[in-house]
Design a protein around this ligand. Sequence first.
Ligand code: MG
Length: 452
Amino acid sequence: MPKDQKASDVQTSLAEFAAERGVKYFMISFTDLFGAQRAKLVPARAISDMQEDGAGFAGFATYLDLTPAHPDMLAVPDPNAVIQLPWKPEIAWVPANCVMEDQDVEQAPRNVLRRLIAEAAEEGMHVKTGIEAEFFLLTPDGQQLADSQDTSGKPCYDQQAMMRSYEVIREISDYMLELGWGPYQSDHEDANGQWEMNWDFDDVLTVADQHSFFKFMTKTIAEKHGLRATFMPKPVEGLTGNGCHAHISVWDAPGEDAKTNIFATDKGEGQAGEVGLSEKGKHFLGGIMKHASALAAITNPTVNSYKRINAPRTISGATWAPNTVTWTGNNRTHMVRVPGPGRFELRLPDGAVNPYLLQAIIIAAGLDGVRSQAEPGKRWDIDMYAEGHKVRGAPKLPLNMLDALREYDKDKSLKAAMGEEFSAAYLKMKHQEWNEFCTHFSDWEKERTLDI
Ligand SMILES: [Mg+2]
C-alpha cells in the first residue's frame, strides 16, 4: 500500500490505477440530495468502459427528484478523486458525476458544486475550506454510548476516555495519514461519546470528496470494532450535538498554485479589517450573513437539525451551536467566528449536511455577497450565550425545518445561484420529508393530549 496516495495526483486511467495497485474492484459512488452515498461495485476488468460511459442507476430509487420513467442515470467516475480503501486495498472508491442523456444532472449535488467552483474561478476566486466533522460512537443499535464509562459532566478532551476509544480513533487517523490528508489532531468532544478529527484544509471539491469518504470510513471502522458511528445533528437528548464547522478562505489559484489568500489583510480598516478580513473577505462574509436564514435549509437539512441549533443549554454547560445570525472575532458563541486573519469559521452546519451542498452553498452565498458588496453588519464582541439579549435586530435562525425551507424558497438570488432545477428538486423532496414527519404520531402528543 503506497504511503501517500496524494502523491499520485492526476489519474487518467482507472484501469492503470487498478493494475499498478492491485485493485480488484471499484466502488463508483455518487451522493444524492439527502446526502446518502450510492454505489455500484465494478470489477477492474469492466472499469475502462465505466470510466467512459458511467455506471447506470435508476435515479428514482434514490433521493433525487426523478421518476421511474426517466432514462438511466449514469454515474461517471472522476479519476482524479479515486481513493484506494486503506483498510481494504483491493477496493477503490471513486466519486462520480451524474449524467443523463449526455447532460449533467443539474440537481446532483456534486454537479451543483462543480458549477459553482467554475463560476467563482471566473471571478478569480478559489475557495478553500477545512471542516470539523463531529460524530458519536454508539452501540450497534444506536441506543447507548459505546463507552459506558464516559459519564463525566465535562467530558471535552477527556484523556482517559480517549484511551478507551484509542483503537477506533487511531485506526481512522492512521488511514488519513496514509491517504496524505494531513490529519493533525483528534479529540474527545464536548458531549459524552463524541469525537472530532481534523485534517488539512484544501480546495472545496477535494474537501467535499474527503468529507464523504470520511463519513464512509468512520462508519465502516466503527462497525469493524462492533460499534456504530453517527453524524446525526442531535443523537442524544441533553448533550451537545454534532456540528460540522467550516473554516473558509479564498485564494488566487486552486491547489498548490495558491499563493495569496485574498481574504487576508493587515490593514485593519473597519470592523472586518480589524480582525484581518480584506474587503473581499468582508463582502463574502456579508453574503453568508445576508443569506443565513435561507442557507440553513442546506446546512441544517433535517428535522433533527433544529434540536441542535436553538437548543437549551446542554449538560456540559453550552450548546456550542448558534441561534442568531451574528458574527464576531475569536469567540465561539456566534454563528460566524473570525479566529485570525484571512479566514472565518461558519459554525452553523451540522453533521447531517450534504458534503457537496455544504461547499456549494458557501460559494453561492459568498459570491453573491462579493457581487452585491454585502456588508456583514455589526461585529458583536460579546458572549452571545450570556448576553444575547443585548443584540437588537439580528435575524434569528429558523426554528424548524419547515421555516428553513420557506426561507430558502423566499431567497430568490440564493435559489438561482444554487440552480433553479436543483432548488426545485430539493424543496420538493424536503417538503415531502417534512410532511412525512408531520404525519408521524409521537408519544409526546399522546401524553400531552390523551386526557385533555
Ligand atoms: Mg468541535
